[in-house]
Design a binder for this molecule. Structure first.
Ligand code: MRU
Length: 347
């Protein structure tokens, strides 16, 4: 059976609840604003591109009620819902990017009727969705050129069909390469503390029959030293104009290890993940998540109850450690403002 991270049909929005994977494959309907927010916050829906697409549809369903509403009240409610959803998670720029696109549509069509504004919101959400599917495919095709038949690729977190509404970003490259080289091997690190690698990426790769090894986050250095890993490909949540890249915490560790072991380190991301309004690393907001996520495993306490913990959900890799950023428009080698703009400005 082919699974989808998200479905939108006949105005009904359904998600695959990722917090229950891999034990349970359960789809859930979402129609209220609070549920859209909570699904993002609690990582039932996650991954930078996917939360953008989901928030766009989520906004639409939150406004698509039967109750009659005056236009001024409708616009006020829509702008309020947008602001609220933007605060669900701070690091992935795709969330605010998608919601800002809809905000612009609303503000540019203030003179239209409520049903017409609703129609435009839905149309924009569907376009964001369609584009995401297309961009994922393009990233796969572009990145595939970097892969050779005997590669053993290490990936971090989850960047596949569960993290996007298409085939993924880093995993899209792997899926495309697998069609050509069925012998490629993938190392998947667990990705503590929420285990997106162990729970989600292994599940995805198994469903596609790709040869994989699940490893602890700690064993990457040893496996590199033993020459078991030939490339690392990860996704991104926000990339600044200078190429500073925020991604799941632990990404920076891998980039440093790659430099030491002279292994190519690639980031795969659509142009919607670039935030050209900021340049420096310190400008990226990093989400701090509850200590409970580190102190418990499968709802069981694994640390002293009163210990204080520090749980940044993302880290930032400087451009100097990145061999290339794979985008739908091409590969940005030696990421710098000039090289980023050269590729992103391609039509
Ligand atoms: O906290 P998550 O699971 O949403 O983090 C996801 C990641 O860090 C991914 O690598 C990133 O969003 C890219 S997804 C194509």
């Amino acid at each position: 059976m082919k699974h989808s991270s998200l479905l939108f049909k006949n105005d009904i929005l359904t998600i695959l609840d990722q917090t229950l994977l891999p034990q349970k494959v359960k789809y859930k309907k979402i129609s209220h604003l609070k549920d859209v927010y909570t699904a993002i916050k609690n990582l039932q829906v996650r991954g930078a591109p996917l939360i953008g697409v989901f928030a766009a549809y989520g906004l639409y369903v939150s406004l698509n009620t039967k109750t009659r509403i005056k236009k001024t009240e409708f616009i006020r409610k829509a702008l309020h819902n947008i602001d609220y959803l933007k605060t669900a998670r701070p690091t992935a720029v795709n969330l605010s990017w998608a919601l800002t696109k809809i905000q612009e549509v609303i503000l540019n069509n203030k003179e239209s009727t409520v049903p017409e504004i609703k129609r435009l919101i839905k149309k924009t959400a569907e376009r964001i969705h369609r584009d995401d599917v297309k961009l994922c495919r393009m990233i796969g095709i572009t990145g595939c050129k970097l892969i050779s038949k005997n590669d053993s690729i290490l990936t971090h977190c989850n960047t596949g069909f569960l993290a996007t509404s298409g085939n993924g970003t880093a995993l899209s490259v792997i899926y495309e390469a697998y069609k050509k080289y069925p012998k490629i091997k993938v190392y998947v690190d667990e990705t503590r503390p929420l285990l997106q690698g162990a729970r989600l990426t292994s599940w995805e790769l198994l469903s596609k029959n790709i040869d994989l090894r699940l490893i602890t986050d700690n064993s990457a250095a040893f496996l590199m030293q033993k020459k078991k890993i030939t490339k690392v490909i990860v996704g991104a949540d926000r990339i600044t104009s200078l190429g500073f890249t925020a991604n799941k915490v632990g990404t920076y560790n891998l980039a440093v290890l790659c430099k030491h072991h002279k292994i190519p380190f690639y980031v795969a991301a659509p142009s919607s993940t670039f935030d050209l309004s900021i340049s420096k690393s310190k400008d990226i907001p990093i989400e701090e998540r509850p200590a409970k996520e580190i102190k418990t495993l499968a709802n069981r306490l694994i640390a002293p109850k009163d210990v204080k913990a520090c749980n940044p959900a993302f880290d930032i890799t400087p451009p100097g450690l990145i061999t290339g950023i794979i985008t739908e428009k091409g590969i940005i080698y030696q990421p710098s403002k000039k090289n980023i703009l050269k590729i992103l400005n391609r039509i």
